[in-house]
Design a protein. Sequence first.
Length: 144
Amino acid sequence: MNMESFRHKHQHLWVKQPLILVVDDDEDSLLLLSQILKVFGFACINTLQGQTVLNLAKRYQPDLILLDVVLRDISGVEVIQQLKQHPQTQAIPVIAVTALARVEDREQILQLGWDDYISKPYTLEGLEGLIYRTLNQIGFYQAS
């Protein structure tokens, strides 16, 4: 896939530039994902620490959160519970980005409060489609 294709195909439909909060305790994974999102034309806020997610989400009100399930400092489950319990953040869609790839893992993750799921390693097409669908569900794109 040509990484510029997403930007040229969808960017003109944006009501505003989407802001995505990316959370991963692996610095290389965080850097890679944030660079991909920037090429796609998204604005990003990145953090290695799960404990900062609620404050960042309240402060910046991202349109989407990509959250690793397994973090070093706090469980991703705790982070998703905090986000879904707080009035300022409960409506922000959160996608699990994880190496847990079994069907049972996916079902459990969705039951715990994530809005969707993508397993590592993911394809650019899979990531693109998931982000586009999620942003479309919250009304991010104008009807064409």
